[in-house]
Structures are given as C-alpha cells and as structure tokens.
Design a protein around this ligand. Structure first.
Ligand code: ADP
Length: 498
C-alpha cells in the first residue's frame, strides 16, 4: 500500500517492512511460513503482512519465556531497582517514539491521530513509569503468629511476594498499545516473563513495542510477541501447560473460552471483558458538562471501549434537553480518516466490526427503537458508522441488552428523584457514570451501582494509579493501580520454629 508521504516517516518505514515475531532475541517468521494481511480501516486497503502464528510458535515462545524466568536467568538476577529502571526506560522510549507509535495506532486501528497522540501514547508511557516504581516495592511482610496448639513456641514468619511465572497475555484491538502496556507493566514489575498475543487486526504497535523492550534493556526472552488469530495463536497460549497465568482482555464470549482453556493446568486467570455501562444524568446536573460528557462517554474511540457509557438514563424533567443536546453533539462530530487532523471520529476497526454494529442498528429498527440521529454506515469506503442515538428502548431489546462496541447509545427517561432501577439490569458491571451537583446523591448512586469504576461528573477517566476491572460478567481482577500486582504475584508463607 502506498502510504501518504506526510505521515511520520518512521511509522511509514515500519509499516512497509517485512514483519516478524519476537521470540527471545530473534525476529522470526511463523514456523509454518504463513502470513495474513491487515487492513487500513479508513480505506479497506491492505496495510501490512503479518506472520500467522500457530501452536508451534506459541510453544517456542513459551519455552523461551520459561528459560528467561529461570532463577539463574538475567531477569531474575536483575535487582528490583534495575528491573524498575528498565521498565521506566521503556516508558521514556514510548514518549520518544510517540509520533511513530501514535501513527501506527491510527493506521492499524483507525482512531484519530490527535487522540492516539493525546491519549494512547502518554497513557501507555505513564503506565510503565508508574509500574516501574512498584518493581522494588512489592514486598511481603513479617507476621505475628501464635499457633494455639503449640503453646510457648517461638516463631519467625513472613511472606515472600514472588512472580507468578510465565504469563500469556492476549489483548484486543481497541487500544492496542495501551492494552499491551496495561498487561506488560505489572507483569514486568513483578518479575514475570511474558508471551504477548496482540489482536490480529492491530499487531503493529505491539511488534514495535517488542523492539523498544529490548532497547530499554529488558533482557531477551522476557517479552515475546507472537502474532496470529485467536483460535490459532490465542487458544494454544491460553491452554499451554507450561504457562502459569493467562491475562485476557476482550469479549465475554472469548473470556469464557479462555477460562475453559486455562482449566487444564489450573492457571491463574485474569479477565477484563465486556460492558454495557449505565450513565445516569440527574435533573440537577450541570448540563453544560453533562451533555458533552454523555456524548463523549459513548463516542470516544468510536464506542469501541469496554467501558463506553452505552446506556444513558436521564431524569424525565431534562430528558428532552439531554437527548437533543447529545444528538446535536453526535451530528457535529467530524467523522473521517484518522490521519486527517480535522477528524474527531475515525472508522471502526474492521469490516467485521462494522457489519456487527450495522446488524445491531438493523435489529434496533426491527425491535422498535427510535433513531434520533445516525443509524447507518457512513459512505461506502472504509468502515465508518454514524454516531447514533436510539430512544424508546428497553432491556429486552438487543441494542440495550448486548454490548455493541460501536458509536451507539440507547437513552431513556427515569422518574424524578429515583435511581434508575434498570441501571444495574445487565449481566455486565464494568463502569458507570453519574451526573449531579448533589454530592450525597452522587455517592449514594455510586454505592448502588454494581460496577468496577464509577465516574462522577466525568467519564472515561483512566489513570495508571486507578484500578480498573469488572463486577459480574465483566471480568476477574483489577488492572492498573497497586491491585494489578496481585494478578502477577504468588504469596509464599515461610514459617520458622525458633
Ligand atoms: P473481538 O470479538 O472484539 O475481536 P475478541 O474477544 O474476539 O474480541 O478478541 C480479543 C483477543 O482475543 C484477540 O487477540 C483475539 O485474537 C483473541 N482471541 C479470540 N478468540 C480466542 C480464543 N478462542 N482463544 C484465545 N484468544 C482468542
């Protein structure tokens, strides 16, 4: 594919090169020699040719990660401070190569370059910087034990925090670089070694990140990157008997498969899955922030966020104002190719995703939802879908019950003063939003919502120090913050009779 001469030169060079996977210190083709193509979502044209990994490549990468985890290996022998420094350096390198990485995200995923530069890149760097500090702080503790059946005995008891081992990490396409950072950061801080499987739609930034890991001084074999399809590469990684833990972000449907695959050797599992997050606007909210806030909650990243505020509940007295305000906002969004500086919303990631979202829009129409704005594909080239607001929905309709993962919000009114009972009427529990000037109401609502994150008078606020994860079918465990270390730590109790 001929890439626009104005785009970042390093990204252009990277995209057009012969892509290989990272195993140890080697850049290799798939053992089978097979490849697959990725597409530029803004045009549908072929973007890059990528190695099509299989169980053979996974096996090789796992063996390499196991050798790097060896107690005598360079990673385990590196002092925690040195490990932290290498992780910190990786964060620095991400910033140094920020324009290149942001451009790769835009080409692969479709998101606006302005957003990739303002959000994806700095958040990924910040995650490594934050986690680097934990590398020498994730210690155990000394314990005051009594052992009642051994009166008079004297004890010395403590816990060791040890790395879980070889970790398989399977990530999605919506924030390819950032999801790699969320996964790698805590695993590396804890001293684990990793086989990373990026999504087949968006492998480029993970491959570039693999290079930066080596440049940062993370020893070869600690981070391995194997590209390929879910069933051919992800599944054997999740099932591999020598992988100690699997960390997955993606759909709830695939999360279930990961759980089944992990059962063989009872690997540790963490899952960050889907969402259908409620966003509640009370009548006393500041509508100047709540309306654009509600629009941003769903339209950011084209609705391809597991935390997207996809079910909007508005107190009845302000319902018409909020619906027309959000619809107005949707109409004003500049939809176009991600590389265009005017673009506020790019294409969806793939033909498959566009077809899926359009399928939901068709079902909404059949089931009687009212399309306030949008409702269809935009243009006939690339994978663009109009920002869409659907009213008159109920929890039995597919559009309100299932995760769409696109720029589609359902909106309905709730009675004055009440917390909308249907806010929790979902199998998911990832995130929620509340808009009000009444502090007590805000915190009462935050308590009532069954979700891993509640944003009050804001939405889609992420920070490396803020744990993120789901209740119910939205997952197991918390990423980011100190809690993320628990996902990659084994606790060993050591007891001495003095
Ligand atoms: P989406 O449906 O939005 O593409 P998925 O949950 O299918 O999201 O994909 C997220 C990640 O999971 C991707 O890296 C994908 O390749 C991987 N994946 C898909 N199916 C499987 C599977 N059966 N086992 C392991 N990984 C899988």
């Amino acid at each position: 594919m001929a890439l626009d001469a104005t785009i970042d030169q390093h990204a252009r060079e990277f995209v057009t090169r012969h892509h290989q996977m990272l195993i140890g210190n080697d850049w290799v083709d798939a053992a089978s020699g097979q490849t697959f193509e990725t597409y530029d979502p803004s045009t549908g044209d072929v973007l890059a040719t990528i190695p099509r990994g299989s169980s053979e490549d996974i096996d090789r990468a796992v063996k390499t990660a196991r050798a790097a985890f060896d107690p005598d290996g360079p990673w385990r022998r590196m002092s925690p401070s040195d490990r932290g420094r290498a992780i910190h350096r990786l964060g620095d390198l991400i910033l140094e190569h920020g324009d290149e990485l942001a451009t790769l995200e835009t080409l692969d995923n479709g998101k606006p370059l302005t957003v990739a530069k303002a959000a994806d890149v700095p958040l990924a760097a910040d995650l490594f910087h934050y986690m680097s500090g934990w590398a020498n702080k994730n210690g155990g503790s000394t314990l005051q034990i009594s052992v009642p059946y051994m009166p008079g005995a004297e004890w010395h008891a403590y816990t060791l925090h040890e790395p879980v081992g070889v970790v398989g990490q399977i990530i999605p396409w919506n924030f390819p670089l950032l999801m790699a950072a969320w996964k790698l950061g805590p695993a590396l801080a804890c001293g684990c070694t990793v086989v990373l499987k990026p999504a087949e739609q968006t492998p480029l930034s993970a491959l570039r990140l693999g290079e930066l890991c080596l440049e940062a001084g993370i020893p070869p074999g600690v981070v391995n990157v194997v590209t390929g399809f879910g069933e051919e590469t992800g599944a054997p990684l999740a099932a591999h008997p020598d992988v100690d833990k699997v960390a997955f972000t993606g759909s709830t449907e695939v999360g279930r498969l990961i759980l089944q695959a992990a059962a063989g050797n009872i690997k540790k599992v963490s899952l960050e899955l889907g969402g259908k997050s409620p966003n509640v606007v009370y009548a006393d909210a500041d509508l100047e922030t709540a309306i654009p806030g509600a629009a941003n909650a769903i339209f950011f990243n084209h609705g391809q966020c597991c935390a997207a505020g996809s079910r909007l509940f508005v107190e009845e007295s302000i319902y018409d104002d909020v619906v027309s305000g959000v619809a107005e906002h949707a109409r004003s969004i500049q939809v176009g190719p991600g590389l265009d500086p005017q673009t506020q919303m790019g294409p969806l990631v793939s033909q498959e995703q566009m077809d899926r979202v359009c399928g939901f829009l068709a079902s909404g129409e059949t089931e009687g939802a009212e399309t306030v704005v949008g409702g269809k594909r935009k243009g006939d080239r690339g994978y663009f879908v109009e920002p869409t607001v659907l009213a008159g929905t109920n929890p039995r309709m597919k559009v309100e019950a299932e995760e769409i993962f696109g720029p589609v919000v359902t909106v309905r009114p709730f009675e004055r003063g009440a917390t909308p009972g249907d806010a929790n009427a979902t199998n998911y529990g990832l995130a929620a939003g509340v808009w009000t000037k009444d502090l007590s109401k805000a915190h009462r609502t935050a308590k009532a919502l069954r979700a891993g994150t509640v944003w009050i008078n804001c939405y889609n606020v992420f920070d490396a120090a803020l744990p993120f994860g789901g209740y119910k079918e939205s997952g197991w465990g918390r990423e980011m913050g100190a809690e993320a270390l628990e996902l990659y730590t084994e606790v060993k109790s050591v007891v001495t009779l003095l």
